[in-house]
Write a protein that binds this ligand. Structure first.
Ligand code: AMP
Ligand code: MG
Length: 487
């Protein structure tokens, strides 16, 4: 275990110099106090969880104090927002403080979100509000616990610093951890500004730091792009399997490492709806739940375009062509597990698609369906679940096919089946209304709900006696919350 002052830094990105980022000091927030810290994220830095109780911890995470080896920098990037190229992005309200090396030799970027003005703040105030910081914190740590690749969140610090969004709010900071903060948009910036030497330097940096195994390939940059395609396909497969809508899949919010990145108006589906749009500002539904798959592919082509000075177009096309098959296989495999299937059969995809079509008619809570399917022997569970479906005859036919399918692969006893299914089907999911209740309490200065919700969601597969209220279907008001992009 390490204490705060013992963290070791190795700031590889900062060493790339001023072409890639600008040195900026954080502007502290006023009267900082710790809202919540993640012991699991602290463990990534070998930090003793008790360190979060120190005043120094809050001062460091509020931008009041800096580690002596930190080198805060604002990174420059650009990107496609809602399909339109925006040449002027970059860290407008966050700073890469430095890279910590843990005992295992892993590098973790410390990124302080909400750290004040930078050269990329444009019209913004450089701040993050408490509400959106809590949302990012809860989601980062929950997705990680679900096994979905994501950036991490060390803590949220609240303050009295006033900020104005649609209403008066207060600023907060979030300390984000990630093996890398490289976005597709980093490469787009150097491509569209025709700085191809810098583009190559950045790609070399990415290879050295994050895709070292690609060095052994004949075409290391092409191999790296292939890896990005595959990791992204696998990430989106998990989003789709677990009903996660990102909401703002702009290319500047796409991680080169295939991590869930930059949480905004995201949502987990409550009632299944493939056409769900979680971002209130996305009137065209570009980033609807079902569009996440083609949009990820589109975003990868935007990255491929930016790499054309380094990789032959044929190679880029070939790698892009691997996206859909890789996605499809990963998604189907996860859906099989969620249904309790242990083997693969040709008809499995049709079986899953029929289930989703039945759910699409309305009334079926997506996370609860899978959890409850494992609660009792299949035939019995199906009898309980059928009452939620609109097309009862259709569901009965589907259920009969599932039972026949299960019989073909041979039965295991219910205890084993339940353990297997419950290990992939969470009991607790970060529903928007749960986050909302915790946020409203936090805005009144009561952080207990955020802390409790975080603790519950950090163990999403475990039964947690006394916490049943977090596993229920949302109330009617909770299904139609409008979450805006403004954060
Ligand atoms: P986001 O919507 O958070 O992905 O941000 C898109 C771009 O706007 C990025 O370049 C951000 O750094 C910038 N940005 C968002 N909010 C602010 C803010 N309050 N102040 C300055 N820049 C911001
Ligand atoms: Mg962003």
């Amino acid at each position: 275990m390490t204490t705060l002052d013992q963290l070791e830094f190795d700031n590889r990105f900062a060493r790339l110099g001023d072409t890639f980022s600008t040195a900026v000091a954080p502007q502290p927030i006023e009267q900082p106090r710790l809202v919540v810290a993640s012991p699991a994220a602290m463990a990534l830095l070998d930090l003793d969880p008790a360190e979060s109780a120190r005043a120094e911890f809050v001062a460091l995470c509020a931008g009041q104090q800096l580690w002596s080896s930190a080198e805060p920098r604002a990174m420059v990037y650009s990107g496609h927002q809602f399909g339109m190229y925006n040449p002027q992005l970059g860290d407008g309200r966050g700073l890469l403080l430095g890279e910590v090396v843990n005992a295992a030799g892993e590098h973790w970027d410390l990124h302080l979100k909400g750290a004040g003005y930078t050269p990329y703040s444009r019209m913004g105030d450089g701040r993050a509000v408490l509400r959106s910081s809590i949302r990012e914190f809860l989601a980062s740590e929950h997705l990680a616990a679900l096994g979905i690749p994501t950036t991490r969140a060390l803590c949220v610090v609240a303050s009295d610093t006033p900020v104005w969004r649609e209403r008066a709010e207060t600023a907060a900071t979030l300390l984000r951890l990630s093996p890398s903060h490289l976005r597709f948009g980093h490469f787009e910036f150097f491509y569209y500004t025709r700085q191809h030497d810098a583009l190559r330097q950045l790609a070399e940096h990415a290879l050295d730091c994050h895709f070292a195994e690609c060095r052994a390939q004949e075409q290391p940059f092409a191999a790296m792009f292939g890896q990005v395609v595959e990791r992204t396909a696998e990430l989106i497969a998990l989003w789709q399997a677990y009903g996660f809508c990102h909401g703002v899949m702009n290319t500047d919010n796409m991680s080169l490492l295939g991590l869930t990145f930059d949480y905004g108006p995201y949502a987990f589906l409550d009632d299944f709806d493939a056409r769900h749009v979680c971002n209130h500002s996305d009137s065209g539904g570009r980033y609807s739940f079902e569009n996440q798959v083609p949009i990820a592919h589109w975003n990868l082509s935007a990255l491929g375009q930016a790499l054309t000075p380094l990789v032959a177009v044929d190679e880029l096309r070939e790698a892009l062509g691997r996206f859909l098959p890789r996605y499809q296989a990963a998604w189907l495999q996860r859906m099989r597990l969620r249904l309790g299937l242990r083997t693969a059969e040709d008809g499995d995809e049709a079986l899953v698609q029929r289930l989703l079509a039945l759910m699409q008619m309305g009334g079926v809570d997506y996370p609860l369906f899978f959890r409850r399917l494992g609660d009792a022997p299949a035939a019995e569970a199906l009898r309980v679940l059928r009452t939620d479906f609109v097309d009862l005859a259709g569901f009965d036919a589907w259920g009969a096919d599932l039972l026949a399918r299960l019989a073909r692969e041979g039965s295991d006893d219910q205890a084993a089946r339940c353990a297997r299914m419950h290990a992939v089907n969470p009991r607790y999911v970060l529903r928007n209304y749960l986050a909302q209740q915790a946020i409203e309490a936090a805005e009144r200065g009561d952080y207990s709900l955020v802390r409790e919700l975080h603790a519950v969601l950090a163990r999403p597969f475990a039964e947690q006696p006394g916490m049943e209220r977090y596993a229920e279907r949302p109330p009617e008001w909770g299904k139609h919350l409008e979450i805006s992009c403004s954060s």
